[in-house]
Design a protein around this ligand. Structure first.
Ligand code: NOJ
Length: 818
């Protein structure tokens, strides 16, 4: 372990001294003062707003199945020179969004890291899958696995070794965060399942997954520091926002999905842009050394988000293993040549500031997943066509002479479009369906309205909030390049032609919302149905300022409904929209389709026409008013102190539905809600076996494996219930289990927390048994004193049903006696 003096010395020897004001783990109540001590490892109790130092960074052990790969990685690393090791920990501009240089003498062709969470971002002739939020809305484990697996096959065929995804955070603390669509659900349990299935799918295809963004990256505003106007000036004007979180919330909400990711043996994790409890995520030794590598037993490597490295030695000692994009550093929004690592890391090792054993562990961590997944054997070369599509480092910025082999412009789509169409339909959430509006029954006269219905008008890569065009993905690093896009306009016209229907389209929102509808456009007779397609754009870099639909969408919905007595509204949005038009008596149906990928149009037509019975469920809450949501983003810091951007996560565990339930606030559509064309019932919730007699409140201390103490992942209690399809059509049921913890659980425990779900097909009248297997972690809270997961004493109430507010059966049980 480094002594306090050595650590401070190390900081001062770091690459860019003027950036060192922050390299310490500065407690936020003493901004600017270097931390003058190093907290001994076993006393790391996280205080709210302070991040403690935990050193040294644990070496990987290969635990949990990577032992053989570890041996190969160590052998490989033993052949590297110091310079090669330093550069392997440091990115380089090149064809992929992140590049690790090849080492031809060792037959190592380098690493290609590519975005992202919905597709191969830089891929022509590749597929655009359903977005993360859509996949989460499916509540379908198989779908999540298949999506991850197919996406990874495309990445592999284009030569990517690492996919920069999936996203466990932002989790959706606030609906205004603009990247929640890249991730999954505003709930740690559901997001955890999504992470695990996606990672398994990706890595089973031989591609490394990357769990990002670690951690509490819950807003875009001030995610990066602001710098003085001169790009070479490294002094911050103001540092990036600090997410200040208490220990229990960190464990039970934000870290929870990352624990699932680590259990799935995710190859890498990306430390985020924001600070956490006063210290940058990528140099926060409490987060990286203690929680991620220590408590969770993470065996892979920590890579920085692009430009999230703010120090050399401090980051390395704090557990960051790879700095991206490396050869360049982000100052404000400008990329400047030079890295905190690279040759500075070589010097730090040479002058003894960083021990070579730490550098060795960094490279061993980077290379073990590579060997574990067999990426050294016949891995496809990087397709040259990805280079010119690279928005992070254009070809004229490349320093290395990258060589390309193999076919260019590879078509990697295989037959994925059929699957994407199915996924798009099964993730669509039916929110309202009155007067039997849906499914459509050969309507004779159809109106298609709204600027979201038609083709893309500004190119295949959605880089902004364009007025015209169907929104099936969005912008930023999670953006995709559509090889083709099935739009609602196309898909519905195709259906309508078969039925001989009349179709009238009105795609101009301004016209719809203002002038034209003073007298109805559609003559001669009242349409049978008006399908209104509306959208809202959310993308990296800038948070949402409104939860309304864009382009005057609410007014369009109202105006159409004023003239059409069977108005069906379909939204394509990154997340929450408040929906005032839902109260309009002529709005008979509403569907939330989110960003549904390249088959979006066909998928929505499948649902509208009843070929697919909708089964998606909301992965967040739709409130009545914007003002009903808690946890506002930190956007209006009007003082100019360096460390003034502080975001206090004071709502603690009351994230999403947990808040609405704790305060009994009525909502328009609750978490977990979604209609079907049939109806379901659930009854007889009971324990499968008797309560284990010898269950202890704290888990047995077992050797840490990926995911943490394996005792946390053992099923300790199983419930089952009978689910039946009570309607007259076949459909998919999504039974859900929520837990109300015993009264002995510390204050602030939300009344309902999702801890189990399943999805299965039931023919009309059919019954099946659903089983909810509860693992120790599911039944525990994080005890900040014991620093462990504790099953509380006293009676639990288990509630099962079809949403967070639709419980059909309850059961109480005491697992631990008081
Ligand atoms: C920044 C984003 O936060 C991250 O998700 C992405 O992978 C990198 N840029 C690279 O594009």
């Amino acid at each position: 372990m480094l002594s306090p003096q050595a650590l401070l010395g190390a900081l001062l020897l770091s690459a860019v001294p003027s950036a060192l004001a922050d390299t310490c783990q500065a407690p936020i109540d003493h901004p600017g003062e270097p931390y003058s001590y190093v907290q001994p490892r076993n006393t790391t109790i996280l205080a709210d707003g302070h991040s403690l130092s935990v050193l040294p960074s644990p070496n990987m052990t290969g635990n949990g199945g990577w032992e053989t790969a570890l041996v190969k990685a160590k052998r490989f690393v033993s052949k590297l020179t110091l310079e090669e090791k330093s550069w392997m920990a440091t990115g380089q501009p090149g064809p992929c969004v992140g590049n690790v240089l090849p080492i031809p003498r060792l037959n190592f062709s380098g690493l290609c890291l590519q975005n992202g969470p919905q597709c191969v971002q830089q891929g022509d002739y590749s597929s655009v899958f359903v977005s993360g939020v859509s996949a989460a809305a499916s509540w379908d484990r198989q779908l999540l696995y298949d999506r991850g697996n197919a996406m990874a096959k495309e990445h592999k065929a284009k030569g990517s070794h690492v996919i920069l995804g999936p996203i466990g955070g932002p989790l959706g603390r606030s609906p205004y965060d603009s990247r929640t669509w890249e991730g999954f659900a505003a709930d740690p349990y559901l997001t955890g399942v999504c992470m695990e299935e996606t990672i398994n799918g990706m890595q089973d295809a031989g591609v490394q997954a990357n769990a990002k963004h670690f951690i509490a990256n819950e807003q875009e505003t001030q995610r990066n520091p602001s710098y003085a106007p001169d790009a070479n000036e490294t002094t911050y004007i103001q540092d990036s926002v600090s997410a200040n979180i208490d220990d229990r919330t960190l464990h039970e909400i934000y870290m929870w999905p990352f624990a699932n990711a680590v259990r799935a043996k995710v190859a890498s994790a990306m430390c985020s842009y924001n600070r956490v409890n006063g210290s940058h995520s990528c140099q926060n030794s409490y987060l990286l050394n203690h929680l991620l590598k220590g408590e969770l037993g993470f065996q892979g490597y920590v890579m920085s988000d692009w430009g999230a490295t703010h120090s050399g030695v401090a980051s390395v000692e704090s557990g960051m293993d790879m700095s991206m994009p490396g050869g360049f550093t982000l100052y404000g929004e400008e990329w400047t040549e030079g890295s905190f690592l690279g040759k500075n890391l070589t010097s730090a090792v040479k002058n003894g500031t960083v021990e070579v054993s730490r550098l060795n562990d960094m490279i061993v961590r980077i290379m073990t997943p590579y060997f574990w997944l067999g990426q050294e054997k016949n891995y496809p070369s990087v397709d040259a066509s990805v280079g010119p599509l690279n928005v992070d480092s254009a070809p004229d910025t490349w320093l290395y002479d990258w060589k390309f082999t193999g076919e260019t412009n590879r078509d990697v789509r295989a037959n994925h479009s059929a699957m994407i169409r199915e996924h798009g339909a099964s993730s669509t959430v039916l929110l309202k369906n009155e007067r039997n509006a849906l499914p459509l029954r050969k309507p004779r006269n159809i109106v298609i309205a709204g600027n979201d219905a038609g083709p893309l008008t500004q190119g295949p890569n959605l880089q902004a909030n364009f007025e015209y065009g169907h929104l099936a993905g969005s912008s930023g690093s999670g953006s995709c390049r559509f090889t083709y896009l099935s739009t609602p306009l196309d898909a519905i016209n195709t259906r309508a032609r078969k039925d001989g229907s009349l179709v009238q389209s009105y795609l101009n929102n301004t016209l719809l919302a203002t002038e034209a509808l003073t007298s109805p456009l559609w003559i001669p007779q009242q349409p049978d149905v008006c399908l209104v397609f509306l959208k809202s754009f959310a993308a990296e870099g800038e948070d949402r300022t409104s939860l309304d639909l864009d382009w005057n969408g609410n007014a369009v919905a109202e105006a159409v409904a004023n003239h059409c007595n069977n108005t069906v509204v379909i939204t394509n949005s990154g997340g929450v929209n408040v929906m005032p038009f839902a109260d309009h008596p002529n709005v008979t149906a509403i569907l939330a389709q989110h960003y549904a990928g390249e088959e979006s149009g066909n998928a929505i037509a499948d649902v509208l026409y009843g070929d697919v019975n909708p089964s998606g469920k909301l992965p967040y809450v739709i409130a009545y008013n914007e003002s009903d949501y808690n946890a506002p983003l930190t956007t209006a810091v009007e003082t100019n102190g360096t460390w003034d951007w502080q975001s206090w996560f004071d709502e603690e565990l009351e994230v999403g539905y947990r808040y609405f339930d704790a305060h009994n606030i009525s909502v328009r559509y609750e978490f977990g809600f979604g209609l079907s064309y049939t109806t379901f019932d659930l009854k007889n919730l009971k324990a499968k076996d008797s309560t284990p007699a010898n269950l202890t409140a704290l888990p047995a201390k077992r050797a840490i494996q990926p995911g943490g103490n394996p005792a946390l992942w053992e099923t300790v209690y199983t419930l089952e219930a009978e689910v039946s399809n009570t309607g007259d059509v076949d459909g998919f049921a999504v039974p859900q289990l929520y837990i109300d913890f015993p009264a002995s659980t510390p204050a602030g425990t939300p009344p309902n927390q999702l801890r189990g779900f399943d999805k299965f097909h039931l023919t009309a009248g059919e019954k099946k048994t659903v089983k909810f297997e509860l693992m120790r972690r599911d039944l525990s809270y994080w005890d900040v004193t014991a620093q462990d997961w504790r099953i509380p004493a006293g009676p639990f109430t288990f509630k099962a049903g079809f949403s967070s507010r639709d419980f059909h059966a309850r059961k109480t049980a005491t697992l631990i006696k008081a």
